[in-house]
Design a protein around this ligand. Sequence first.
Ligand code: 13P
Ligand code: ZN
Length: 277
Amino acid sequence: MKDILTAPFVREMCETTANMYRLGWDERNGGNISYLLHEDEVKEYLDTDKVLRTIPLMGVNAEDFDITPLEGKYFIVTGTGKYFKNVEKDPETNLGIVRIAKGGKNIELLWGYKDGGRPTSEFPAHMMSHMARLKVDPENRVVMHCHPTNTLAMNFVHELDEKKFTHTLWEMCTECIVVFPEGVGILPWMLCGTNSIGEATAKKMADFRLVVWAMHGIYGAGKTLDETFGLIETVEKAAQIYMLICNRPRVNTIKDEDMLKLVELFGVKYRKDFLDL
Ligand code: 13P
Ligand code: ZN
């Protein structure tokens, strides 16, 4: 059996959480990541018959939270209350590798949460988002949540309308419309850690890989940690430019006709109704 601390998925989780912390997206225990692993890659490092603990999905109403489609699936997940700042120096305490148990009401811990911890309190939203994204893209593996500063700041001063918010982001950097051509979904402020926000996020995830939780943060989904990180990074960059210019007169802008040229050149399917042509 190979050393789990050398596994690419553990290394990548360490690098990604460190980068997110460094960028100021994950103060204190802010943010969480879940990353779907293939059984074969887990088996190179862990005896999957050896369950360390069975953890009930606490805080989740058994009737309306059904993750049976994910039964038997493996995830590496950040722990609740854990600081992204600390993942790299102690992955075994701050991360866990879990399997969704038969019946979809418990999770089986195979590695990590060494201090008795458990997965993120946003586990319902993560699992529901995985289910929603897998329906659209069978290769989706990552769900990532964080609190990027400028994206959040923009929530307080910009209308929280999906078309208007997306359009403003697209206008801020030439490549935005190519990176997230489907736009950004937005949920109003809702109580986090609940089934309701999980369900609402998953519903948006049918159309968007990026969902803003108003005045809280953002959810991203993608095939890899890099892709998902890059999506959020691009939104955050656009939001930063918006926050730098929003209280100054706008002299120039990227026009909708220019954005059309971009999507045509890169051949991407975009939200036509988010442009005014
Ligand atoms: P956790 O520490 O439970 O992952 O929660 C952090 C967070 O960002 C909640 O939205
Ligand atoms: Zn949060």
